[in-house]
Design a protein around this ligand. Sequence first.
Ligand code: NAP
Length: 355
Amino acid sequence: MFEITTEAPVLVTGATGFVAGWIVKALLEAGVTVHATVRDPTDTGRLEPLDKIAQAAPGAIRYFRADLLENGTFEEAMAGCRIVFHTASPFTSRISDPQRDLVDPALLGTRNVLSAVERSDSVQRLVLTSSVVAMYGDAADLAALPGQVLTEAAWNTTSSVAHQAYSYSKTVAEKEAWAMHGAQSRWSLVVINPALVLGPSVAGVSTSESHNLIRQIADGTLKTGAPPITLGVVDVRDVATAHLRAAFDAAAEGRHIVSAESRTFLDLARMLRLEFGERWPFPKSEAPKWLVWLAGPMIDKSITRRFVARNLGYPWKADNSKSKQALGLQYSPISKAVVDMFRQMVDTGSLRAPG
Ligand code: NAP
């Protein structure tokens, strides 16, 4: 059974993040005291949206400074907590050094948070935000899976620091979490593996790569043709629900693919055009794979020929039945998430129609 109820405080790492915001909101509205770690608790502008929710809700929020790369910084925030949500991990393409900017914070951060869990005598459950990219590296990898469908049994074996560094960062971090969990029997680990998360953010603005992707669909970058990529997509509010069920349902265990639908960039553009019309330069067609292979690396260094060869033009299918059965998830249509997200980005001024 699932009910958000606990007398003990609950720790959320990276509390001002896109995914974390909705987890914190639900906890506060259920009357829970949230211990929220952020890198900079003096940045009151970033804390304001959560403060406003806390003021109107029965729960309370306390902020703690913690950095994934600083050993021991999570211990104060973890004191007395029975549940820990570890969501903090960089999800951005704006990096110069993939080891330093993605892999180290993901892996060393997980080690750091879980070491604090090991030292704590109160924590009973850790919910880790992993990703479907810890299960596969490139879309081409799915062809080797039984039925060509991604399941919780799969692990990403093809990513590295040099190729798909973000996917690699999530893979090594989740593996580390399972290894540390396996060495003890006092606390349980439940992992949420979301596909691409879309939807509005609690804070109104966001640094998540999810928002950059929608920006690229809207700002004319893909006007001459969207890359033919199919991805799993899911509403951020469903991702938060999955985390909460993973935390508060005693029977929850293992990994969970959290993905509502398989969609192409062009599908997302069509959903947006239907709602927001022709004044936005949404792509109307897909660019041929050979053209992206040829021109992509010249336009953007992160679009390598290997990435294009192994990710464009492939189907993407995942089995989300465990999330429905074990976590009771009922997925919302992704068109609503995309439209709500886009509308918020326009309303907050983070997206402007050209011209
Ligand atoms: P986000 O809004 O950018 O959140 C990332 C969070 O990580 C931020 O709160 C950030 O803190 C924190 N962080 C980054 N580096 C840190 C460091 N060195 N020390 C402490 N905190 C640090 O992105 P998001 O989309 O919500 O991502 C949250 C989690 O979901 C990540 O684990 C991500 O891998 C996972 N995920 C996301 C998606 C998606 O499509 N968005 C899909 C699957 C999984 P600051 O606020 O201080 O920067």
